[in-house]
Design a protein around this ligand. Sequence first.
Ligand code: SAH
Length: 470
Amino acid sequence: MDYLPLFLRIENRRAVVIGGGPVAARKAELLLKCGARVVLIAPQLQRSARELLAAWPGRLEHQEAAFAAAHLEGAALAIAACDVPAVNAQVAREAEAHGIPVNVVDDPARSSFIFPAIVDRSPVIVAIGSQGAAPVLARRLRGLIEALLPARLGELARFAGERRQLVQQQLAPRARRPFWERLFSGPLARQVLAGETEGVREGFARALAGARAQAPAPGEVYLIGAGPGDPDLLTLRALQLLQQADVVLYDRLVDPAVLERARRDAERVFVGKAPEGCHTPQELINELLIDYARRGLKVARLKGGDPFIFGRGGEELQALARAGIACTVVPGITAGLAAAAAAGLPLTHRELSQSVTFVTGHAIGEDALDWPALARPRQTIVFYMSVSRLADIVIRLRAAGAPAQRPAALIERASLAGQRILRSTLAELPALAAAAQVSAPALLVIGEVVALARAEGELAPLACLLQGVA
Ligand code: SAH
């Protein structure tokens, strides 16, 4: 380690930036955000620096001059950011002679300190450096860490900071750390990270009282939308919670690649359709969730797509609420959205479609659907669970007035290996689907917008399009 990482307090200290261009302005802005009184030394300012000057009256000063040693008088630090190397070298020499820390932009050899790449979730700050060896690598790492850290991490840190003294007063020293550990990985922290304020104060008071009484940590459930299959389509929050869960309950719609992202040592429990074809009953799944949580475990319930779209997520949430178990719901990209993206098919369109409806094909026979409404033009209908009922759906829509030529598509295994897009018309789609042996999971999309679906490789304007591994 050739550099010592530090967080330097420069509030109300004088910081000198030599240069009048955009780089100097950027550095000056960072110093201003940290509370410094900044002096820009340059014969002329370029536009970004002039704008900065106007935005920070009183705190940012411009000295219209070429650099001279006297400018460093009383400075806590200096930054050389002008485009004349000889001036930068002079700044470095003078600063060194005065014992003032100096950074020469893009010149670590002349700098006594260098700037890290920063992830700012104030008061939490992550600084990443490569000792000047590979700044681009450091910036890439910053991107990764940005993605990993919840956006409201700073709020959580402030929330804890405001209560630190209280915890110190009420808990014995050795109980404090486990208390905070539990809090930061528990439902209360999750609420703060989700921006929910209701009941948070009371929740904290309860947690503190529980810690005083040495009550064991309660378990909780994360109802996570796992998206359509491609793990890159998981949300950041889904990933964060998957990394915390002790147990993961999943079903057949959850791709193995998604399950891979769970903690290595987490127990994995399959609650989907068994090979002989029977489903794990919903009541049993609810009971399992409750049992695991009552054992004090963090339970991730992974559901394909979004938990609240044809996923029975609502029933699980209700069962957990009845059992008094905390549950966090994480939305996922529902298959309809993933399929539309895969096919380049806009679900709404200013001229062609003013609404989109998600429908289940499951209840076709029970006349639960309003067929005349579904047959109307200028809208998009997305049928889930419909492959085996395709012919029936087409008959009913046509009987309700939908024209034979209305564009319709089947999107099979959206976002997964073997994805196929079959584009046609209402009248022709069932025969094409049968010939191509389309199987679940697949979605049926109907509407004028389907004519816009991805069509590269198309042979004739209305020919079907078969993509991927047929
Ligand atoms: N909660 C899920 C839907 C569950 S119902 C969601 O929000 O996506 C199951 C149906 O979803 C399947 O029958 C199929 O119609 C659709 N489906 C799920 N994953 C799919 C995928 N990768 N490609 C196409 N359709 C999919």
